[in-house]
Design a protein around this ligand. Structure first.
Ligand SMILES: [Fe+2]
Length: 445
């Protein structure tokens, strides 16, 4: 169990030192070549409705499908995309459909690692939740074998898809898997086919002429997990990936007086695949938000996905327009005093006009020694107070690579440590409203 500033694993010797004592280094210790986040897959009980809701709420059109209409008798999958960000929504069909054709369930599946019983159990246990974080690697088979030989629990052996791509899966935390994706060849692939930018066995969908959707979201920045004990999971993931610690925060750094967490961010060599993980801290007046998540999610799982916008003001204006008509609602905005102080905190980076726009849209701002982070959090996106989405824009840390191409350093501006207390305050306020409702329910004798 995590206690304030005292998360120590006896076996691993892993110990949190806290934000102020943490010295950032990049040992470039990846065990295999990691390229980027590839996609995120949600397991649902109905993929059509979930995909449509996310498409509308995030301005990410449906761009590919694999379902009965494409010959998939095992699962319905819909892919939404904006820039480099891909979300896949998958739900099972009745097993009698493929059985009637005397086909094994995997014969027509576009994602052959899909398992109907696991998917049904997953949805029943967790509600709407992320099953898979997929990263593109140079060679998925090598990544899988190397991971397993360094302690990763295998979840799906490497599978070659249409001689084009390979996928393989290992356990990340709880029921969440890390999926490795690599591409074999580009021969016989046309540029507009999903084979060239996603996976084979999907058919392209183009609804842009009837309804263009784009709110400016471009890629996944970080994918955060909640676990009961950080030391064990961090050691496990570090061990099989070789990822290094990019940042850490303890309860003293981020907690309010009422709730807290310890957090570690793991990163790959180029620090563009960022995997933060949180554990609850006990002994505080109110229950830790992380503990609340673990109870409602019935175990560890993915807590939030941080999506990078190329223009957070535009993204927020668009997202807020559809908040109450099928989109996502946001956590309550911080009080006006927050924005008065913001001038002192970030006045050299943001203009008065931009600070005003942040206030109008409820955007939080934080900075680290390298850059500035603009961020905002949605309310939980499903029935349970579990998974939510963060929209961010990072400002600063522009570097030039060997070819002279300008790029932004990963994790620039941090993760909003200074805003954690604002987030927790707002989540707690939200929970209090739920509790108040529960108390006011009529009771029967
Ligand atoms: Fe985040």
């Amino acid at each position: 169990m995590g206690t304030i500033g005292n998360a120590v694993s006896q076996e691993s010797g892993f110990k949190l030192v806290g934000f102020s004592n943490f010295v950032r280094t990049n040992p470039r210790s990846d065990r295999f070549k990691v390229k980027r986040f590839h996609h995120v897959e949600f397991w649902c009980s109905d993929a059509t409705n979930t995909a449509r809701r996310f498409a509308w709420g995030l301005g990410m059109p449906i761009v590919a499908k694999s379902d009965l209409s494409t010959g998939n008798l095992t699962h319905a999958s819909y892919l939404i995309r904006s820039g480099d960000l891909c979300f896949l929504f998958t739900a099972p069909y009745s097993p009698s459909i493929s059985a009637a054709d005397n086909l094994p369930p995997s014969a027509t599946a576009s994602i052959p690692t899909f398992d109907r019983a696991s998917c049904c159990a997953f949805s029943a246990t967790h509600g709407l939740a992320v099953r898979t974080i997929a990263i593109e690697v140079e060679d998925a088979e090598t990544a899988f074998r190397t991971s397993v030989s360094h302690g990763a629990k295998p979840r799906a052996e490497p599978v070659l898809l249409e001689n084009r791509a390979v996928i393989a899966e290992v356990q990340l935390y709880g029921d969440v898997v890390l999926r490795y994706v690599s591409y074999k060849s580009t021969s016989n692939v046309t540029a507009d086919s999903p084979d060239s930018w996603f996976l084979p066995r999907f058919e392209a969908v183009d609804e842009s002429s009837s309804f263009p959707l784009d709110y400016g979201i471009r890629r996944l920045d970080h994918a955060v997990g909640n676990v009961p004990e950080l030391a064990q999971v961090v050691s496990y993931v570090k061990q099989f990936t070789g990822f290094h610690e990019f940042a850490e925060f303890t309860a003293e750094d981020v907690g309010t007086s009422d709730s807290g967490l310890n957090s570690v961010v793991l990163a790959n060599n180029d620090e563009m695949v960022l995997l933060p993980m949180n554990e609850p801290v006990f002994g505080t007046k109110r229950k830790s938000q992380i503990q609340t998540y673990l109870e409602h999610n019935e175990g560890p799982g993915l807590q939030h996905l941080a999506l990078v916008s190329e223009d957070i003001f535009r993204t927020l204006r668009e997202m807020r327009k559809c908040s109450f008509v099928g989109g996502f609602e946001f956590m309550p905005s911080p009080p006006p005093t927050y924005y008065k102080n913001l001038k002192n905190r970030t006045g050299d980076v943001l203009s008065d006009e931009q600070i005003k726009e942040c206030e109008e849209l409820g955007i939080l701002v934080d900075r680290d020694d390298q850059g500035t982070l603009l961020q905002i959090f949605t309310k939980p996106v499903g029935d349970r107070p579990t998974i939510f989405i963060e929209i961010i824009q990072r400002v600063g840390c522009m570097l030039r690579d060997e070819q002279g191409k300008v790029y932004q350093k990963g994790g620039c501006g941090g993760f909003g440590k200074g805003n954690f207390s604002e987030l927790f305050k707002s989540i707690e306020e939200y929970e209090k409203t739920l509790e108040a409702k529960r108390v006011s329910q009529p009771t029967t004798m």
